[in-house]
Design a protein around this ligand. Structure first.
Ligand code: 1GP
Length: 246
């Protein structure tokens, strides 16, 4: 089964949780340990990526180490075409649609596409939408973040994502955001599109994860909280709250 089909099937049954690990933030063995624990607690996929500091070397080493210990898909979450790993099960082939530079909308994608073809990794098309505050990824991607109260703009971007044929839409507040994407925005976007909705950035506790799920996220992504956790019961509660399996 392709990873795309795995996601499509899983979101029909309920909300998914995905664990994001940044290869620049820890050694591959530590990333593998975190991935294995997250999988054992119910996380449905491991995303690997980061806004700065991702190299071909740390990316390959991290993905290889994770692949040794988990069964769930390992999905590369790229910040550009400078590193693409053949060891991942799939990658998001994504466009930051509200970047103000064409490089993040289509330039890096044109650079990366022949590499994707050559190494044979599964591309999963995704529209990536930066919501205020946007944090580092918004800065690096030169995004004009969607204002937190501008539901119409968020809906318009999400509809454009779907109408352009993309398979997934991601509302991103930015890693470490003080507040996640507003609940009202998640509700409005979910009502408007039929493609799976991913929400991430600033989700750190079970209550917030539950709110995001109930608002309509099909996939809840957490990164920082996993990296900072002791991999104990707090993490289990967060993953269960994201999935509604508590
Ligand atoms: C960032 O949405 C992800 O791309 C995860 O954000 O690190 O805040 O969980 P956090």
């Amino acid at each position: 089964m392709t990873v795309k089909d795995y996601i499509k099937e899983a979101v029909k049954k309920g909300t998914m949780h995905m664990t994001l690990l940044d290869p620049a933030k820890q050694e591959p063995e530590q990333a593998a340990k975190m991935a294995a624990v997250a999988e054992s607690m119910g996380s449905d996929a491991i995303m690997v990526g980061g806004s700065t500091g991702v190299t071909q070397e740390n990316l390959d080493a991290t993905i290889k180490a994770i692949k040794k210990v988990v069964k769930v898909p390992v999905i590369y979450f790229p910040s550009g075409a400078h590193a693409i790993s053949p060891y991942a099960d799939a990658m998001y082939f994504m466009s930051m649609l509200n970047s103000e530079t064409i490089d993040h909308v289509i330039g890096q994608q044109v650079k990366g596409a022949p590499i994707v073809k050559m190494i044979g990794i599964e591309p999963i098309s995704m529209g990536y939408l930066i919501v205020e505050p946007g944090m580092k990824v918004g800065e690096v991607g030169k995004a004009k973040p969607i204002p937190r109260n501008d539901l119409k703009k968020a809906v318009a971007y999400a509809l454009a994502t779907e109408y352009m044929g993309m398979e997934l839409v991601y509302l991103e507040a930015g890693s470490g955001a003080p507040e996640p994407v507003p609940v009202e925005m998640i509700v409005a976007v979910k009502k408007s599109v039929t493609i799976p909705l991913i929400v991430g950035g600033g989700i750190r506790d079970p209550q917030t994860a539950e709110r995001v799920r109930k608002a309509g996220a099909d996939i809840v992504v957490t990164g920082t909280v996993v990296e900072n956790s002791d991999l104990g019961d707090d993490l289990r509660k967060l993953i269960q709250a994201a999935k509604g399996t508590a």
